[in-house]
Design a protein around this ligand. Structure first.
Ligand SMILES: [Zn+2]
Length: 277
């Protein structure tokens, strides 16, 4: 069972005229103004899944600033999931500080989406306060909340936010009942599972995904994450169409990653399947 827990799909309207969606959407413009930043619809994603032997993908939304954009995208995600014959698990997205965020998240969950994601603060540190009601909603519904995180050090790239591990850790501590999936290797937070006190316990309900890791880390990082968190907590995520699953498969199965067959099977899909059956 191969599950890709981090992909992005957009409604055809957005693919056809992405420039129509730039105004008042600084994060969208920053990432997608570059014509090389690819976007796909659900059909495009399923085609790639078929080519790469992926059984199921989690398809994520975008944290649009404008409500009309969020509604358009979330409607599309719910419909795509419904039409996918079980191939897609869709996560709806909202802009956490917006006054409509909670209502829109509730509306999307009511349409059957399987969680929220990829929630993100691309221009600032994580807002622990505005994320709180969304974390509570996901905890009540028993569904995951997938959050963009990134390493607070190192080279810069589009979409890298000025987030801090301190805010991320505060969020985790405040919401022990919320199943949090931290994208992009959790910004390296997993290393602190080695601390003698508190952190290991705090990460009990936290998963991480590998999205974009081939651009960021040497493959040994996968092995270390599995060692420190457990293979059931590390999810294959491709960030497709940024990268294909085949690239991750090679790296995850490499001697440098050092994963045994059981761990590899968990990371490649069994762990994600447990989280969203
Ligand atoms: Zn991300």
């Amino acid at each position: 069972m191969i599950v890709d827990a981090h992909t992005h799909i957009f409604p055809p309207e957005v693919l056809e005229q992405r420039e129509r969606f730039w105004d008042g959407e600084p994060a969208f413009a920053a990432i997608y103004r570059d014509p090389a930043a690819r976007m796909v619809t659900a059909e495009g994603l399923v085609e790639a899944m078929d080519q790469d032997g992926v059984d199921v993908s989690w398809a994520l939304g975008f944290p649009w600033v404008q409500e009309s954009h969020a509604r358009l995208h979330n409607d599309y995600l719910a419909g795509a999931q419904e039409a996918s014959g079980g191939r897609l698990r869709c996560l709806a997205c909202v802009h956490p500080p917006a006054d409509w965020a909670l209502a829109e998240a509730e509306r999307a969950l009511g349409m059957g989406v399987k969680g929220l994601g990829e929630l993100a603060f691309y221009d600032s540190d994580l807002e622990v306060t505005s994320l709180a009601p969304l974390c509570d909603l996901c905890a009540e519904a028993g569904v995951p909340l997938l959050l963009h995180t990134n390493e607070p050090v190192g080279h810069r790239y589009p979409g890298k936010s000025p987030m801090t591990l301190a805010s991320l850790y505060r969020l985790i501590r405040n919401h022990p009942q919320t199943k949090l999936v931290l994208a992009h290797m959790a910004g390296g937070l997993f290393f602190y599972a080695l601390l003698k006190k508190e952190v290991g316990q705090a990460l009990a309900n936290v998963w991480i995904d590998t999205a974009a890791a081939p651009f960021l880390y040497r493959p040994r990082a996968y092995g270390l994450a599995v060692e420190l968190l457990g293979a059931d907590k590390v999810l294959l995520g491709s960030d497709y169409p940024l990268l294909k699953v085949s690239r991750y498969r090679r790296e995850l199965a490499s001697p440098e990653a050092g994963l045994d067959p059981d761990s590899l099977a968990l990371v490649m899909g069994e762990a994600a399947q447990g989280l969203i059956p």
